[in-house]
Design a protein around this ligand. Structure first.
Ligand SMILES: *Cc1c(COP(=O)(O)O)cnc(C)c1O
Length: 364
């Protein structure tokens, strides 16, 4: 049996009829950009997350860089971001000319609140938290630090749709919650898509303006904006998936629980949520000192896995200009050498789960 790390087709076939009916409805409507599907999705997603406003955008990266642009954070400013995030988080900061200041993660792959304050300087303007792998970060401590130092707080929720800390959904703790609906995400579109959620009306207005060439009124351009509009087809399809998101999340939680119960191998460390945090299991990430050998072994058994992520942003070529080197973030770098995401996806069969468990347990 060949098992791939992810199977996006399964999530489509689960609701095939609904997706196809919605696609036809939008195609036949004659209205394709910023229409009633986008408006309805924004309303429904804001309600789901528990925020006042949602603004649909073209991608998760756009959500991130527009967030810092709108907060006025750019050249000369610093933003604290965790070292072990996806590089898009860092690009959201540096596209605006601001400097990323990397903080090491805690035992739960999240930003380590104990290490933030030592990095704050007079130039620090914001903290960007990533709820990596769909595991909520320790927001009580992080929010308290931001309040104490007057820092903006932006959340990268590209992997954490529906994950909670202390009962509250990720994306609602800071000034701006940034989401991606890239097809592989927990709430995935069928192409690129993203959004922000905010409680502040002015911020919502700014995002609507920036996504549409900086105009609130047609052909009156107030700022140099972007073309980052969510299209009607993606919004319509996202509404279908959102209406099933709770059951889709429950399914991933059940698979994660089975893994945590049945995976048993001294060479492997399982992921653990922080206290008061929930996970939506965008990835199920195990750790192994002999990760590359484990990955090869699983490949020989027909089981595909992925490393999220093999090169931490501070060591990537794109950020060579920061002048950082191996050894600067030892915890982050060690994770990059030891993490492995094993298959977890909606529509994963019991037999597939069993095959993954048996193969990993038999690794010597
Ligand atoms: C996917 C992802 C992004 C970027 O989203 P896109 O829609 O691909 O631009 C940003 N941050 C994290 C943590 C992600 O996983």
């Amino acid at each position: 049996m060949d098992i791939m790390p992810n199977r996006m087709d399964r999530g489509y076939y689960m609701y095939q009829r609904e997706f196809e009916e919605k696609a036809l409805e939008v195609l036949r409507s004659g209205w394709y950009v910023l229409g009633k599907e986008v408006a309805s999705f924004e309303e429904e997603f804001a309600a789901y997350v528990g925020a006042k406003y949602c603004v649909g955008l073209a991608s998760g990266l756009d959500a991130l860089w527009l967030a810092f642009r709108i907060l006025g954070i750019g050249a000369g400013d610093e933003v604290i971001v965790q070292g072990n995030t996806y590089i898009a988080s860092v690009m959201g900061i540096t596209i605006n000319g601001a400097a990323p200041v990397f903080v090491e993660p805690d035992e739960h792959f999240g930003m380590d609140p104990e290490r933030i304050e030592a990095l704050i300087t007079p130039r620090t303007k914001a903290v960007l938290v990533t709820h990596l792998y769909g595991m909520a970060s320790r927001m009580d401590k992080i929010c308290a630090i931001c309040r104490k130092h007057g820092l903006r707080l932006v959340e990268d929720c590209a992997q954490s749709h529906g994950a909670r800390f202390n009962g509250r959904m990720t994306g609602t703790f800071g000034d701006i919650g940034c989401f991606s609906f890239y097809p592989s995400k927990n709430l995935g579109a069928f192409g690129d898509a993203g959004a922000v959620v905010v409680n502040d009306e002015q911020l919502a207005r700014d995002f609507r303006m920036y996504r549409n060439y900086g105009s609130e009124k047609r052909y009156y351009n107030k700022v140099v904006g972007a073309n980052s509009r969510l299209d009607e087809l993606q919004a319509g399809l996202l509404r279908v998936r959102l209406s099933h998101l709770e059951e889709l999340t429950e399914e991933k939680v059940r698979i994660s629980q089975r893994y945590t119960r049945e995976l048993r191998n001294d060479r492997i460390q399982l992921p653990e949520l922080a206290e008061n945090a929930t996970g939506v299991w965008h990835q199920y990430v195990i750790r192994c000192e002999e990760r590359d050998r484990l990955m090869d072994y699983l490949k020989q058994q027909g089981i595909g896995t992925i490393i999220h992520y093999p090169i931490p942003p501070h060591l990537s070529e794109a950020y060579a200009y920061l002048g950082m080197k191996e050894g600067d973030l030892p915890i982050t770098e060690h994770l990059a050498k030891t993490v492995l995401s094993i298959p977890i996806y909606n529509g994963m069969t019991q037999q597939e789960q069993t095959a993954v468990i048996e193969a990993i347990n038999a690794f010597v």
